[in-house]
Design a protein around this ligand. Structure first.
Ligand SMILES: [Zn+2]
Length: 245
């Protein structure tokens, strides 16, 4: 029976690895994970917490079955001898430990995410509002939504960044009913982290966020200024306010 259990776990891991390899090929093709950038993980055990995560320095366009390691809640490799886990493994572990529903964490380095995360670092978050595509984020039911994507200053010190994440998200009841208060965050000049209950949901969140980042950035570039739904709504409100005076 033990052998059956072990082989079942091995098969489940192989399946998860193949799904993550497919994510790598897709994200590379869509220019969200060029070169060895980005890292991906799935939760393979909750008690104790263990994640399957991409190994360090692997090209995401051609991940092999050997390009993954299994890590514990502290990011230590428990399976995958001779391979180092991704440098940002601790962030995956922190998110999975903090949010009980997380089944997968994905991280990308897109052009638009990189530009916007640097531009809006001084205000501490990227505001996305009024777009129909916001409904692609879990629990969001209307375009009339404001998604504030927190932006953290970039660093190579993952322990320090992990502490900042915990501090920022402290007090959030992730199990509360309704839309989650946050679906992802940005590292300045670096990229996006998002997650989902499973890999499919996390993949969808990447796709939705990357679409929205491009909309926000391109709207700011239009000759007439920011024509995003949020900016236009703000303009209409100020016009009504002036008319009432
Ligand atoms: Zn990164």
């Amino acid at each position: 029976m033990l052998t059956d259990a072990v082989s079942f776990a091995a098969a489940a891991n192989a399946d998860a690895i193949d799904q993550l390899r497919a994510v790598g090929r897709e994200f590379h093709a869509r220019r969200w994970s060029l070169g060895t950038s980005s890292n991906y993980s799935v939760v393979v055990s909750r008690d104790p917490l263990e994640l399957l995560v991409t190994a360090s320095g692997k090209d995401k366009s051609g991940l092999t079955r050997d390009d993954f390691v299994r890590v514990d809640a502290a990011g230590r490799v428990v399976d995958g001898t001779g391979r180092r886990s991704s440098a940002e493994t601790l962030l995956h572990c922190t998110l999975a430990g903090m949010i009980p529903s997380v089944g997968a964490v994905l991280h990308t380095h897109s052009v638009w995410g990189t530009i916007l995360s640097a531009a809006d670092l001084p205000r501490g978050s990227l505001r996305i509002a009024g777009y129909e595509m916001l409904k692609g984020l879990e629990g969001v039911a209307t375009h009339d939504t404001v998604e504030e994507v927190p932006i953290f200053a970039n660093t190579q010190d993952m322990v320090e960044l992990s502490v900042r994440l915990r501090r920022h998200f402290a007090g959030i009841d992730w199990a509360a009913a309704g839309s989650p208060p946050c679906h992802g965050f940005l590292l300045s000049g670096h990229g996006l982290y998002t997650w989902g209950r499973d890999l499919a949901e996390a993949r969808r969140h990447i796709e939705i966020f990357e679409f929205l980042f491009e909309c926000v950035a391109r709207a700011r570039m239009l000759p007439a200024g920011d024509r995003s739904p949020a900016a236009l709504a703000g303009h209409r409100q100020s016009q009504q306010h002036q008319q009432q005076q």
